[in-house]
Design a protein around this ligand. Structure first.
Ligand SMILES: CC(C)(COP(=O)(O)OP(=O)(O)OC[C@H]1O[C@@H](n2cnc3c(N)ncnc32)[C@H](O)[C@@H]1OP(=O)(O)O)[C@@H](O)C(=O)NCCC(=O)NCCS
Length: 156
């Protein structure tokens, strides 16, 4: 098995669409020409994909939209690698945070997001359904100015 992770171009749109159909049956499709997409090949066969785009919910934030791995290639660390690729690019873009969503039953994705440093958060205006979990990783942590009333520790 020789796995190659590539940044997808418009030439891969149909392959991304096919992978989405196989890994998210019944879900509506994404726009595979907008944002950034990755595709994983095993030899000549596409086996996994992931995407990210600018978030609609707030400025200067990237939304990790979809990641799907064919059943035949699960448990090989592909989702972890695709998370790492997206985080690396988001950092290079200089955005302040990355966000993502999962459904409550998706334990592997939740654990992978936790390992990558994401935490659960409550968006001001949730856009998912009741079973949606919202995840966030800050990339730029602003230094907070000390408040006058803030408790500070002083050395003797
Ligand atoms: C979720 C999905 C992307 C995971 O892809 P993957 O490449 O197999 O994931 P990885 O190999 O990187 O990691 C899987 C991890 O989950 C763990 N795992 C797998 N099944 C699990 C389960 N039922 N409970 C807990 N952990 C589980 C694996 O042990 C592994 O963790 P480890 O590295 O600590 O051993 C893949 O199953 C998939 O495409 N599912 C359908 C579409 C989907 O749900 N996409 C995600 C939407 S957010």
């Amino acid at each position: 098995m020789t796995l190659r992770i590539l940044r997808a171009s418009e030439h891969h749109a149909e392959a991304l669409r096919a992978l989405h159909t196989l890994t998210f049956p019944g879900d509506s499709h994404e726009d595979y020409l907008t944002g950034w997409w990755w595709i994983v090949f095993d030899g000549w066969n596409p086996v996994a994909f992931a995407g990210m785009r600018h978030a609609h919910s707030e400025p200067d934030v990237i939304y990790f939209s979809r990641c799907g791995v064919l059943a035949s290639h699960r448990g090989l660390g592909l989702q972890k690698k695709l998370l790492a690729r997206r985080l690396a690019l988001a950092k290079r873009l200089g955005v302040k945070a990355c966000i993502s969503t999962t459904i409550v039953m998706n334990t592997p994705s939740s654990n992978n997001l936790i390992r990558a440093g994401f935490r659960l958060y409550d968006p001001a205006e949730p856009w998912g359904h009741n079973e949606t979990l919202y995840w966030r990783k800050e990339l730029i942590v602003e230094k907070r100015a000390a408040h006058p009333g803030e408790v500070r520790e002083h050395s003797p």
